[in-house]
Design a binder for this molecule. Sequence first.
Ligand SMILES: Cc1cc2nc3c(=O)[nH]c(=O)nc-3n(C[C@H](O)[C@H](O)[C@H](O)COP(=O)(O)OP(=O)(O)OC[C@H]3O[C@@H](n4cnc5c(N)ncnc54)[C@H](O)[C@@H]3O)c2cc1C
Length: 445
Amino acid sequence: MHIVIIGNGITGVTCARFIRKLSDTHQITLISAESKYFFSRTALMYIYMGHLTLKHTQPYENWFWAKNRIDLLQAYVSAVDTTNKSLQLDNGQTIAYDKLVIATGSKSNKFGWKGQDLAGVQGLYNLQDLQQLEKNSQNAQHAVIVGGGLIGIELAEMLVTRNIGVTLLAREQLFWDNVLPKEEAQLVSNHIKEHHIDLRLSTELKEVVPDENGRAKAVITNKGDAIPCQIVGLTAGVSPNISFLENSNIETARGVLVNHYLETNIPDVYAAGDCAQFSEPLAGRRPIEQVWYTGQRQGATVAYNICGQKQPYNPRLWFNSAKFLDIEYQTYGMVWNKLQEGEDQFYWEHPNGRICLKIVFDKKTQQVKGLNNFGFRMRHDVCEQWLLEKQDLAYFMTHLRAANFDPEFFEAHEPNIIKAYNQQFPNNKVQLKAKKSLMKTIFNY
Ligand SMILES: Cc1cc2nc3c(=O)[nH]c(=O)nc-3n(C[C@H](O)[C@H](O)[C@H](O)COP(=O)(O)OP(=O)(O)OC[C@H]3O[C@@H](n4cnc5c(N)ncnc54)[C@H](O)[C@@H]3O)c2cc1C
């Protein structure tokens, strides 16, 4: 059986690896337009900042693919013919498949702004964008970034390291407050300003103005301000990269529509990762999941389904992590930007305004639904275990030390967190468990 996977990002690569683990005989072809070898997209910023080379971001040695008989093909798939089970490549080649996996990821959003295609205007998604950014950075003094999300803040940090001034436009009232609750969004907004980034909230791009050579020379905002710049970064979200599927009979909405087995409406065609959209979203989850680890899990699920071990996608607990300049962020379980009905919260913030913990719980049962931590690290396995065990707020508080994942000799925040908790919940006071007894609880020593 010939299995063709379009897209060699984390989703496609995980799918290929798992198919090979499950079957020694299937022929696997992995096609991607971006690069021959898989690299970590999440590390793109570190290449620009000089911390890593592209080679450092490739988790597998080049010999890995031939050794595991995964054929790599660098080409763009321009059309899919589901009747004849074949793909049309932009180099004129046609490829036949028995099973097809669409794992084509996302592309940067453009909303039809005047001047959005001028030289100097670009997104930040792929290696080609990174190369473009290198060129655009030459002699640039100022950049305007449009869109206050995770990629926007990464782009801002990258440019700042090259001494390029940055104005960041966000249409929200606080940075990323369509995802983050108000307190956390405020904390991040303050931190961005501390880095001398000109954060303009409740502000949108109206148009990009060209110079006499057709390069971007300024941005006009919806408030009528003109901001001179040589780079315009478009980071107002991403959307599924699926335009090549037009006329393929594969059903799409924003993404490729799939059921819980990641099957499309066409037999033998699957979709997974950033480009897939669940026709019926899983309980409490979004229909399109655009993060690294969900792509990984979806890719593995498709492999099992193709290899005859049929199973629905099990996303486990929602988790994400990112970095806002110097502040690391992790989220476990569901913390919405506004409390949902029946929910209450505990919030603690360090006086330095860069560290905080938010725990959301069910008002009636006290069961913890999710948590956000900024500026200090929590242990993934411990947080996940407690949430899956449906532990309550008092349990989390009592055992907080066991969840700490900061390096040795870092400031311990737990005593202050407990103090704040006992003030906020005087009828439900707790005491921190000592480290020794915690080891017993968690590791059974
Ligand atoms: C700058 C940046 C930072 C990020 N940081 C984080 C983070 O910290 N944590 C996190 O969880 N997520 C992060 N993400 C999101 C994460 O990288 C994506 O969710 C993940 O890469 C999606 O994986 P994928 O395999 O589904 O798609 P992709 O990684 O997008 O891979 C799809 C591949 O398919 C190729 N392709 C598309 N169409 C075709 C075609 N027609 N023919 C041939 N090839 C095609 C593309 O060129 C691409 O190489 C970040 C994303 C970016 C851009």
